[in-house]
Design a protein around this ligand. Structure first.
Ligand code: B16
Ligand code: MG
Length: 392
């Protein structure tokens, strides 16, 4: 039975940031093999009478080097074997016993493998990227690798990304690599998109951790190992959703995006910043307007729909800080003097009508879809309505 795909919801997200190795291209295996050759040769040469424990293509790769910039990877693995060598310099020869020397040797091995094996892509990822772009999402490639551009070129997919933030860009800007969020933040900045509205797609624990640290709206972990504990680890590091392959994801189209399987971490986890209301209930509208009120310390406006009139359903209200008035009212024969906030002129006056019909009123039309999203962090209230007019 075909499983239902999860949808990247264009109502909630504008951009998708893709990791390269292991997400877009099958080069994570090439990296892992290069690391293994480097470390096994090194450990063997270093010599230990009892022999050495070889680099584990899965465990050691995932734990120490996956997703990290080259020298950070060397440092982490070497430390895990209690070996301490000087950092050296980026110009160190590949046979020099320094962090940089070893890193440079790894790159030689990687380049040779790449030449021999070429670059293969994950077709499902490429399909998803094309769908996303067709539906108006921006896309970025975000990789620790200094070989990123070369790999994209070899696969002829450079054109699929609006921007690239990789090991080379990162070095030139002095950014810190994964698990710090810098390179993802730089990509969001280049795409002119708020981190809340960006999806990060990563296969490495360090990359997922970077996404979480950066506060990105959605993090999709890709578990290429097919092992349950890796899925668990990706979730633990901050992935909202873990898939085995991106064929499980599709790009949402705005008009069709009102489905139950929309990806919305805020909805699913009831997280703190976004309040989502679906459906329109005239009875409850007054309370909803109160809960969706937005203010800035000077004035506040109730979350009434634009064009809403003061009637039995809506109560549009805007109030100024300190904007009070005193009024005498006769109640049950007694004059009562009351001090209250004054409802100042309603500025939510945007309305429309279909030629030949009355001005649009929610309660007069057949509503198919109604969705109201209050983003408390950004102070933005969004309302999306799909309705049928009387002519149909
Ligand atoms: P390089 P990503 C990472 O790329 C790889 O996951 C990791 O295995 C590699 O060591 C690292 O790039 C550095 O790559 O030596 O080519 O600069 O997953 O962030 O796309
Ligand atoms: Mg990766």
């Amino acid at each position: 039975m075909a499983t239902r795909k999860q949808i990247i919801n264009p109502e909630l997200f504008d951009a998708v940031l893709f990791d390269l190795d292991g997400v877009v291209t099958r080069t994570a295996d090439t990296h892992a093999s290069a690391w293994k050759k480097l470390f096994d040769e090194y450990l063997e040469k270093k010599g230990d009478i009892d022999g050495y424990v070889p680099f584990d293509l899965l465990d050691d790769y995932i734990k120490y080097v996956d997703g990290k910039p080259r020298y950070k990877g060397v440092k982490a693995f070497i430390a895990s074997r209690s070996i301490d060598i000087p950092y050296g310099s980026v110009h160190d020869a590949p046979d020099k016993e320094t962090i940089c020397g070893l890193g440079n040797r790894k790159n030689q091995i990687f380049s040779d493998l790449l030449k021999k094996e070429g670059v293969k892509v994950y077709e499902s990822t490429i399909d998803l990227i094309k769908q996303l772009r067709k539906n108006g999402f921006k896309t970025a490639i975000v990789s620790s690798s200094k070989n990123c551009r070369q790999v994209l070129k070899a696969a002829d997919i450079e054109i699929l990304f609006d921007t690239r933030v990789d090991g080379v860009v990162s070095e030139s800007l002095g950014l810190t690599g994964k698990p710090e969020p810098d390179i993802f933040l730089e990509a969001a900045k280049r795409l002119d998109t708020d981190v809340n509205r960006c999806v990060v797609v990563e296969d490495a624990l360090s990359g997922v951790a970077a996404g979480k640290k950066g506060g990105f709206g959605m993090i999709i972990g890709v578990n290429r190992t097919n092992q349950a504990d890796q899925a668990q680890n990706l979730k633990q590091k901050g992935a909202h959703l873990v898939v085995n392959d991106l064929c499980e994801i599709k790009a949402g189209v705005l008009a069709k995006s009102f489905s139950h399987d929309l990806i919305s971490p805020d909805l699913e986890k009831g997280s703190s910043w976004t309040q989502i209301y679906t459906g329109f209930d005239p009875e409850d509208e007054g309370r909803r307007e109160t809960l969706c009120a937005l203010g800035n310390g000077y004035f506040v406006t109730r979350g009434a729909a634009p064009g809403a009139k003061d009637d039995d359903v809506h109560y549009p209200g805007t109030y100024l800080a300190g904007g009070y008035n005193r009024l005498k009212t006769k109640i049950a024969g007694r004059i009562v003097e009351n001090e209250d906030l004054v409802n100042i002129p309603n500025w939510l006056c945007l309305n429309f009508r279909i030629p030949g019909e009355a001005w649009f009123r929610l309660k007069d039309v057949k509503i198919f879809l109604y969705r109201q999203v209050l983003n408390i962090k950004k102070g933005v209230l969004t309302r999306i309505i799909k309705f049928r007019d009387k002519k149909k």
